[in-house]
Design a protein around this ligand. Structure first.
Ligand code: DGJ
Length: 728
């Protein structure tokens, strides 16, 4: 178990609970990939690499025409010595050349997992939870060492990889590409699964067969983005929720990324993932190191559900941090869709008070409380309370709300600056920009230059002052535009293309310092909804606002797609008003409740103007969620009906001890003369009897899972049921 090295064959075998990953040191120091997949106890080279003299595939060892890097499956391929596929690494020397010759130098195996300097990453709580292998490759000409780090989380059945570059030579090297991972599969018989989207339409599931050549998923926006998520999986053509092989990669990074799958001439597939090399470079001077972000790699031989469970468990237990990691999350009410920028202290207090009457636990004051922000044209950066709207200050408002026995939370957008702000007037060069070029705006704002220490320090100071001033127990950390004209006033001309990554390092430092300084504050990440729903953000902030789209029907796809990788309790999901503000659809309050209760629950509407029926329903929803919260937030999720394939959706959540479950079904469009519907449940114990509370019916687990349960005939569009199951 863990990591073994077989000296005779110079083979490394990394083993987790149900997964093996194998590679070998070849003569000459080339590191060849042999296997990743279902666990084998002892590996004996049944799939030993085969060699042949292939035309137009050159030979680095002159005496051997059958050996070419162009065909060899490798662990971390470089550029220039006979491999024509996309390299994992691309580096320019001082003489302008870009050829690298990385060969094995040494290795070490140790217990535990080292932290990644300045970057978010999975971690261990004690050394026995994981084992780490470091393989050092050396380019003897430049004395560059490239340290490949592999960690196996045995119990979690996952592994991580990252790479550290150590320039031990005398010359400066320019890193043009530094992938975090490379896996050379000896097959192209896969489909690629990914989670593309758009603002208000995030993480929709897409899957297509691989074709010869390169296919990629990437962000060039300065954020992981709504448009693409740093996740890909290679899956069998017929992979389902419960069957088929899955090889999944998820980058723990929130900036520009690139994931590629290149199918070569011999039907082999090279996957790489890491910081996007587009418009990136990093000057690595003599004596300096560069650390890539890490990639989490999950293998499943039992389809997508097993993959999701592995990601969920690992992220909940060994990526998210802080006291909230293991706590049930409060039900919140946010004033954004209720008031937008147009509010006054009295209105805010009324919303909080009505929320309290409904049983809601946390009030969140959204955008508009600072500077003179009456719309989105001004004041970002001026994190001082607007006394016109809040004449008694934040502290008084927060205290009043706290006295209701409700927690108080606050919205910030600390990475941005408005041109119309004191901050911008004082420091016009504190934003990301390029001299003599226009500064394009998006939502009328500019991006603060977090690659600068002074900017980061000032923001830490300003945010801390507010958090110290009032009893704030929750922060919504928003980010509402992508980068343009990327450059920094503080970086030299040969470092301008470092701006994007330095920004991320700055942001991670700010988040590290603030979350450590305010451990009692629950941070929720947001970027116009789910524009930065990535593991990098989850490391600092254990939940994310899933989408600005609060329409229950749109949310079926968004939440379903997001659940492939990200834990349910990390997915903010709110009930909002109808007609819905984003898609103008009217759905019943029950459906809105059922969909939002399938995540980290809250409300986002004016609860001071509810009819008495709505008031009653919401009160009941809040009370109901409190009885199922531990199941939804801490149980395993099973996807049952796929809204990307049908006009309905279903999923369920089951506690770890399988004694309780919640089932939820949503019908999208009605049809005349509809067929009857039955759905098979999952995750229960066959021999245990479960009582379905809402139906007052009891069945054994095997009946519910093998035969299924009748779904009532729901008439009309947008209908749903949510049931709670308890072991009798
Ligand atoms: C985008 C967020 O996703 C919304 O929930 C809201 O906070 C607005 N920004 C405020 O500007």
């Amino acid at each position: 178990m863990g990591i073994t090295f077989v000296e005779q064959t110079r083979t490394f075998h990394l083993q987790a609970n149900d997964m093996s990953y194998v590679f070998q040191l070849l003569d000459g120091g080339y590191v060849a990939h042999l296997y990743w997949g279902k666990k084998v106890n002892r590996y004996h080279h049944s799939n030993a690499i085969r060699y042949a003299d292939r035309g137009f595939s050159g030979n680095p060892i002159a005496s051997d025409r059958t050996f070419s890097l162009d065909t060899l499956p490798q662990e971390y391929p470089s550029f220039g010595h006979t491999d024509y596929r996309l390299p994992a690494v691309h580096i320019q020397l001082e003489n302008g050349s870009t050829v690298m010759d990385l060969r094995y130098h040494s290795h070490r195996i140790e217990k535990g997992k080292p932290q990644l300097n300045g970057l978010p990453a999975t971690y261990v709580e004690n050394e026995d939870e994981a084992e780490t292998l470091e393989i050092t490759l050396l380019d003897s000409l430049t004395q560059l060492r490239v340290v490949l780090t592999y960690t196996v989380f045995e119990k979690w059945n996952a592994m991580t990889r990252s790479v550290r570059f150590e320039n031990n030579g005398r010359e400066s090297l320019k890193i043009e590409k530094a992938a975090s991972v490379n896996v050379d599969f000896r097959s192209a018989n896969f489909e690629m699964l990914r989670l593309p989207g758009a603002h208000c339409r995030e993480r929709h599931i897409e899957q297509s067969p691989l074709h010869t050549g390169v296919q990629s998923v990437e962000s060039r926006r300065g954020a992981s983005s709504h448009q693409h998520n740093p996740f890909i999986a290679l899956v069998d053509e017929n992979t389902t929720e419960d069957t088929g092989e899955v090889f999944a990669f998820n980058l723990v990074y929130s900036g520009n990324f690139l994931a590629t799958a290149e199918v070569d001439q011999f039907s082999q597939t090279r996957v790489t993932m890491g910081i996007n090399p587009f418009d990136f470079s990093w000057l690595l001077q003599a004596g300096e190191n560069f650390q890539t972000p890490e990639v989490v790699m999950v293998y499943s031989s039992n389809g997508l559900t097993e993959m999701s469970h592995t990601f969920h468990r690992l992220y909940q237990q060994r990526l998210c941090r802080g006291v909230f990691r293991d706590l049930e999350r409060p039900i919140l009410i946010n004033n954004w869709e209720a008031t937008y920028f147009d509010f006054h202290e009295d209105k805010i207090y009324d919303i909080a008070k009505s929320g309290k009457e409904l049983g809601i636990e946390l009030f969140v004051l959204d955008d508009g409380w600072f500077g003179k922000r009456d719309d989105d044209n001004s004041s970002l950066g001026d994190w001082f309370v607007d006394e016109k709207k809040l004449p008694n200050g934040l502290e008084e408002l927060a205290r009043k709300i706290t006295k209701l026995d409700m927690q108080f939370g606050l919205w910030f957008e600390p990475e941005m600056v408005s041109e119309d702000s004191e901050l911008y007037r004082q420091h016009p060069d504190w934003c990301i920009h390029v001299p003599n070029r226009r500064r394009s705006k998006s939502r009328n704002q500019l991006v603060l230059d977090y690659s600068r220490h002074d900017v980061c320090n000032e923001m830490i100071k300003r945010i801390s002052a507010i958090l110290q001033q009032a009893p704030i127990t929750y922060v919504k950390w928003d980010m509402n535009r992508h980068m343009t004209e990327v450059g920094s006033a503080q970086l030299s001309k040969n470092r301008q293309r470092e701006t994007g990554h330095r920004y991320m390092l700055g942001l991670y430092r700010v988040l590290e310092e603030l979350t450590i300084a305010f451990p009692h504050v629950l941070f929720e990440s947001c970027s116009g909804g789910g524009g930065r729903f990535d593991p990098g953000m989850l490391y600092y902030m254990p939940q994310t606002w899933t989408s600005d789209n609060t329409d229950a029907i749109s949310r079926l796809k968004i939440q379903y797609g997001t659940s492939l990788v990200y834990p349910i309790r990390s997915m903010g999901a709110h009930v909002s008003a109808v007609p819905n503000h984003q898609v103008h659809r009217e759905t019943p309050i029950e459906v809105r409740g059922h969909v939002a209760m399938s995540g980290n629950f809250g409300y986002e509407l004016d609860v001071t103007t509810l009819s008495s029926e709505e008031h009653q329903v919401i009160k009941e929803q809040v009370a109901y969620y409190k009885t199922i919260r531990h199941i939804v937030q801490f149980g395993e999720m099973y996807r049952l009906v796929n809204p990307f394939k049908q006009q309905d959706a279903a999923w369920m959540f089951v506690t770890d001890d399988q004694s309780e479950a919640v089932f939820s079904y949503v019908k999208v469009l009605g049809e005349a003369n509809e067929p009857f519907k039955r759905i098979k449940l999952k995750g229960l114990i066959k021999t245990k009897k479960y009582h379905i509370i809402e139906l007052s019916e009891s069945y054994y687990g095997d009946e519910l899972m093998n035969i299924g349960v009748n779904i009532p005939q729901l008439t009309g569009d947008f209908q749903s049921v949510m049931w709670r199951l308890i072991e009798e």
